[in-house]
Design a protein around this ligand. Structure first.
Ligand code: ADP
Ligand code: MG
Length: 312
């Protein structure tokens, strides 16, 4: 392509809400044949809501009469208060949902959430710290297991059902013991199914990649029409998933928001950041899609193909 054609292509991209880092990026867009899509915040809106709280303590007291209902609510409230205080320090979509719900039920009425010490964020796993002097951990099942917390079998059954329904169970431990489950839900972006259909029409293989559990991932994949699913991937597994596709001879575009996927974005042949994503994502990416609409990924591929055919 001539420098002029590339400039025109880049300019046209900007009009379409596709910010291209340099003219050479248009060339790599032309050759990709697989598109790896991060789930949370990319295929889904990423603005999660807390839909239920199940405290272990509340469940234990449900057996005796009316008073237990109050205890139940109190125990659930206390669980949310501890988890929310901790999650207020994380920028993960799950954390935002939990912290917002805790603020609504506790913060506003009682002034503020409890104090947090020793906060730690464990990438793609969860968060931990001391809240009100108690040791609290919030995160995926395997994170609590790593922290030597035993999860009751009823809880595992319940979370499997929640996952099949496309929602995400988040485990909470207090002082080393299982304390309850918070359930969060996210919605598929309205434009995602059509975007996936367009990628297929362009001959690209879509792949859903997520740190979330397999049940939830499968449900979202079905909703948007993706057959290839890689779930329960830690940030380092996401990089490995991209490498594996590359070893299979694929030229891989990776689309993400930078929350636990910046390294995978950098590893891909064409990194695409969601505009509403983090600064890390935008730095690691070759293209930024400013409207967060996945159809822009198909637009970018069409644009590069057009740029390179017109000039021949
Ligand atoms: P995704 O690939 O869908 O963007 P992530 O890699 O960001 O997911 O996170 C993977 C999983 O780790 C989440 O589904 C959740 O179970 C757990 N997790 C990560 N961060 C947090 C957090 N701050 N609070 C609770 N759970 C978390
Ligand atoms: Mg993510």
């Amino acid at each position: 392509a001539t420098p002029t054609a590339l400039l025109v292509g880049t300019g046209r991209g900007a009009q379409l809400g596709i910010l291209i880092k340099g003219p050479e990026v248009l060339e790599s867009s032309r050759t990709i044949d697989a598109v790896v899509l991060d789930k949370t915040g990319t295929v889904t809106t990423g603005s999660m809501r807390l839909t239920a709280v199940h405290s272990a303590q509340g469940a234990e007291v449900t057996s005796d009469g009316d008073r237990t209902k109050v205890d139940h609510a109190e125990a659930d409230g206390q669980l949310l208060r501890l988890a929310g205080a901790l999650e207020a320090f994380s920028e993960h979509p799950i954390a935002r949902a939990v912290a917002a719900a805790a603020r609504e039920t506790h913060g506003v009425r009682s002034g503020s959430l409890p104090e947090v010490e020793d906060f730690r964020s464990h990438q793609g796993r969860g968060v931990s710290g001391r809240v009100d002097g108690r040791k609290v951990a919030v995160g995926r099942r395997s994170f609590l297991t790593e922290c030597s917390v035993e999860l009751p079998s009823e809880v595992l059954d319940m979370s499997a059902a929640v996952e099949r329904d496309g929602r995400t169970p988040v485990m909470v431990a207090v002082d080393g013991s299982f304390a309850g489950v918070l359930i969060v839900a996210d919605a598929v972006k309205e434009t995602s199914p059509e975007a996936v259909a367009q990628l297929r029409e362009l001959g690209l293989m879509p792949v859903l990649l997520t740190g979330d559990n397999a049940g939830t991932a499968q449900r979202v994949a079905e909703e948007v029409g993706i057959a290839e699913v890689i779930a329960e991937a830690l940030p380092e597994d996401k990089v490995e998933a991209v490498k594996r596709l590359q070893r299979q001879g694929r030229t891989v575009a990776m689309v993400g928001d930078g929350v636990n996927d910046a390294a995978a974005l950098a590893q891909s042949d064409l990194g695409i950041a969601m505009g509403a994503g983090t600064d890390v994502a935008i730095d690691a990416a070759d293209i930024t899609i400013i409207r967060g609409d996945l159809r822009s990924v198909a637009d970018a591929v069409r644009l590069s193909r057009k740029t390179f055919t017109t000039i021949r």
